[in-house]
Design a protein around this ligand. Structure first.
Ligand SMILES: Cc1cc2nc3c(=O)[nH]c(=O)nc-3n(C[C@H](O)[C@H](O)[C@H](O)COP(=O)(O)O)c2cc1C
Length: 195
């Protein structure tokens, strides 16, 4: 005789029980975006999800893209542009990404100043979406970045120090490092992606 009551897990419960798989692919010239991506990994790990973190300059994702529930792609901004590897990653995988849950982020020096936020959103995020038809991110974010003058060569240091100096008062010295990353913002955005 069949059991009078069968216990079925609802599909919602099953979804929750299944481990989510997340990929973070990023490009970072001077390392601050790499540290942001590492913190995102920590946040995702804490939720019990599986996470692959890939510096796209150095490697490719270990698994097939369709195996991921969420793909987070990000870059530091240099001279108004993303680094080339995450852009190439998007272009190469656009067909697959077009029906996946994708989130984009940038780490940008100009994002430190709220008066630049609209431009940063338009130029560094919306433009990437426009240039890659089919890409429909569920979320985008810009994070204020780092100026780490000791890491730059002489010419870059002079150029970037000059730009930063213009934003400061005449008597203010430009410090060796300005780190404007808001870790709570970064952690909060990442956690929100998994909800
Ligand atoms: C040569 C150079 C050019 C930069 N150009 C821009 C820029 O055009 N817009 C911007 O928002 N930030 C700019 N920045 C600031 C970077 O976006 C910031 O330092 C960011 O944290 C870099 O990420 P990374 O350390 O992962 O390379 C520039 C920084 C350097 C060193």
């Amino acid at each position: 005789m069949p059991p009078l009551f069968e216990t079925h897990k609802s599909s919602v419960d099953l979804d929750r029980l299944m481990t989510q798989r997340v990929l973070i692919g990023y490009g970072s010239r001077y390392g601050s975006t790499a540290e942001v991506a590492q913190e995102m990994r920590n946040v995702i790990q804490e939720t019990g999800a599986q996470i692959d973190l890939v510096n796209l300059r150095k490697g490719t994702p270990p698994g097939e893209l369709q195996g991921y529930d969420l793909v987070i792609i990000g870059s530091g901004i240099q001279a108004g542009r993303w680094t080339k590897e995450p852009l190439e990653f998007i272009k190469k995988n656009i067909e697959r990404l077009s029906y996946m849950k994708v989130a984009l982020f940038v780490v940008s020096g100009f994002a430190t100043d709220p008066k630049n936020h609209e431009t940063v959103q338009t130029e560094y995020l919306d433009k990437i979406v426009e240039e890659n038809p089919g890409l429909k991110p569920v979320a985008t974010a810009f994070f204020a970045g780092v100026f780490d003058f000791k890491k730059y060569n002489f010419a870059v240091r002079r150029l970037v120090k000059g730009i930063v100096k213009k934003q400061m008062g005449p008597d203010e010295e430009v410090p060796d490092k300005i780190d404007s990353r808001d870790w709570d913002q970064i952690r909060g955005w990442t956690a929100g992606l998994l909800e």
